[in-house]
Design a protein around this ligand. Structure first.
Ligand code: N01
Length: 556
């Protein structure tokens, strides 16, 4: 079935002609963008590669997938009725429930009628005379729009590892970021999981319960904190609901990462050893991302960071019964939190199961995949299924797949060859009327994504309304403002321990990708203030072009 047929089969009209805005992606960013544009009376067309809304939650269906931000906070705040009516079942929502929520939002605001599914945007070119984008899609259509908004997601371009022989493997191969829609049952199978980031760490305990044997191939050990997931009680839900507007305001304005939590009043070295251990212990028992918020200097001071890292390493040694396996599972090559910290349910305990083996591929690298086995330099391990939990070409990968041409035909990929360059993460000089939601140079992946998405969408909507009200036809980031912003993003990152890890934040997981710290680490509150100030000063750092007056016809 062609994309056009499939779009119309879903009751959607095929794209016609000209729109005010084309939005790329129908995840949480694209859906809210569409809603806000409609409220402004603007015409919008959304293109989505997947078969339905949900973005990252549409694709990441692997066993054990759930959000690491608590569900009462990982949800839209733009409509009080919506946040009052939705009933989250658990502290951390499982993927199917988040996808159901996305579907509910699409129904509630009747979004799907302007979304064309199963359709990729292949090319977008800016016409400097008309000040319009021409957008070509995988169904063979081309439409035009005054603005293009990239709501392509930060972790949506799954990365297949370049391992010799992978294509010749005779069993099933799965990628966590591109999981089948049908239920996958590993019962009785010998399974290999390659990769121990957040996805692998969530999937391993669930797969271990099904598989006859599970072999986990670990290149880099990761820090992980227990989620302590549980059903939400009516009282817990009510505690949020009765105070939602204020909780959301605090998340937006006062929290670095957009997640309301206790704010630390001291650094790790301000406490003696016993007091420090007690505090870490209390956060470990509570579980979740807030572990890193116990002290205010864990992201900045290596000696402080070491105290937290040692605490977690000791926990791993206590949990994992085999001392050799425990040693391998203890991360020792990066500060805790400098790679995205993982949140798990029974990850380390899983290595006490008789049907689970850990293979350290740093000391015993994978040489290749055989038709029925994984071969390392020391051994061959027979497996029936391969699970690749090898991550994403993060933050820029999905944008790079689109052939985007701005002024003078320059492509965004050419411009970003040495690393992404944006002003505020929102626009890139030379690409007028092209907005990015949670792009590189904005807090995005270092924050509660929905808080950052709503802030970007609201800012972009206000900007478009401002342009319309003043009859302006183009907006573009200035080179100077962009250079200063890129320098600032790097400068702030350098004050932290983050650049010390080979993380996907740095692009270090993709061979050949320029290594630059991509997200803005200044915090969502400060960042929001900067964006608001820029707008209040008449969009300082952006050049805006007025419509040319129409030439009068000369009459004799
Ligand atoms: O990907 P990753 P992910 N041979 O890049 C290994 C979000 N997320 O999908 O570290 C062997 O973190 C790689 O090894 P190394 C979250 O923000 C959120 O797990 O490069 N191994 C690493 O172990 C997260 O950070 C949630 O040495 C190879 C792993 O694969 C982000 O998504 C859940 C390899 C990749 O880890 C990405 O997480 C899931 C190779 N060729 C994801 N190539 C929640 O909300 C890579 N690896 C809870």
């Amino acid at each position: 079935m062609s994309a056009v047929q499939s779009a119309s089969a879903k009751g959607q009209p095929a794209a016609t002609g000209a729109y005010d805005v084309v939005v790329v992606g129908a995840g949480f960013a694209g859906m809210y963008m569409l809603h806000r544009l409609r409220q402004q009376g603007l015409s919008a067309r959304v293109y989505e590669q997947g078969g339905d809304v949900g973005g990252t939650w549409y694709w990441n269906r692997y066993p054990g997938a759930r959000c690491d931000v608590e569900s009462m906070q990982y949800s839209y705040s733009f409509d009080e009725e919506l946040q009052q009516e939705w009933e989250w079942s658990e502290r951390y929502a499982p993927q199917p429930e988040i996808l159901k929520y996305a579907g509910h939002v699409a129904d509630r605001y009747d979004l799907r009628r302007d979304i064309q599914f199963d359709t990729r945007v292949d090319r977008a070119a800016f016409d400097e005379t008309a000040n319009r984008w021409s957008v070509a899609t995988s169904d063979g259509n081309t439409v035009t729009a005054k603005y293009v908004v990239l709501a392509t997601g930060c972790l949506s371009n799954a990365r297949m590892p370049d391992i010799k022989g992978l294509a010749g493997f005779k069993g099933k191969v799965y990628h966590t970021g591109h999981w089948p829609h049908e239920r996958v049952d590993f019962t009785g199978q010998r399974v290999a999981v390659i990769g121990t980031g957040s996805s692998g760490i969530q999937a391993v305990p669930v797969i271990a319960e099904q598989a006859s044997h599970l072999t986990v191939f670990q290149r880099t050990a990761n820090f992980s904190i227990p989620a302590r997931n549980a059903a939400l009680t009516a009282e817990e839900r009510e505690a949020f609901r009765s105070n939602y507007p204020e909780i959301r305001r605090i998340a937006r304005e006062e929290m670095r990462n957009g997640i309301v939590q206790e704010v630390p009043d001291r650094g790790a070295l301000d406490d003696g050893e016993d007091e420090r251990r007690a505090r870490f212990e209390s956060r470990w028992s509570k579980g979740g991302l807030t572990f890193m918020g116990v002290y205010n200097n864990l992201a900045f001071d290596k000696a402080a960071n070491d105290t937290a890292a040692d605490f977690v390493r000791n926990k791993i040694a206590e949990i994992v019964e085999d001392p050799h396996t425990a040693k391998l599972l203890q991360p020792n090559d990066h500060p805790i939190g400098s790679k995205r910290i993982c949140i798990d349910t029974d990850y380390f305990t899983t290595f006490n199961r008789p049907n689970v083996t850990l293979v350290d591929i740093k000391s015993d690298p994978i040489q290749g995949i055989l038709p029925h086995a994984v071969r390392t330099s020391a051994k061959e391990i027979e497996v029936d299924a391969l699970v690749l939990a090898t991550g994403f070409d993060a933050m820029t990968g999905s944008v790079a797949k689109i052939d985007i041409r701005g002024r003078n035909g320059q492509t965004l990929n050419q411009k970003w060859a040495e690393g992404p360059r944006t002003y505020l993460g929102l626009m890139s000089a030379g690409f007028p009327n092209l907005f990015i939601i949670t792009g590189p140079g904005s807090p995005s992946v270092l924050s509660n994504m929905i808080v950052s998405i709503e802030q970007h969408v609201d800012w972009i909507t206000d900007c478009i309304a401002h342009m319309r009200d003043r009859d302006l036809v183009a907006i573009e980031a200035s080179r100077d403002a962009e250079d200063k912003w890129v320098a600032h993003v790097n400068e702030v990152a350098r004050t932290t321990l983050y650049p010390q890890a080979n993380s996907w934040y740095m692009g270090a997981n993709i061979p050949g990708k320029p290594q630059i710290f991509m997200p803005y680490i200044g915090g969502v509150g400060l960042y929001r203030q900067i964006c608001n100030d820029v707008a209040a000063k008449g969009y300082e750092g952006f050049a805006m072009t007025a419509a040319k007056p129409l030439k009068r016809a000369v009459s004799s």
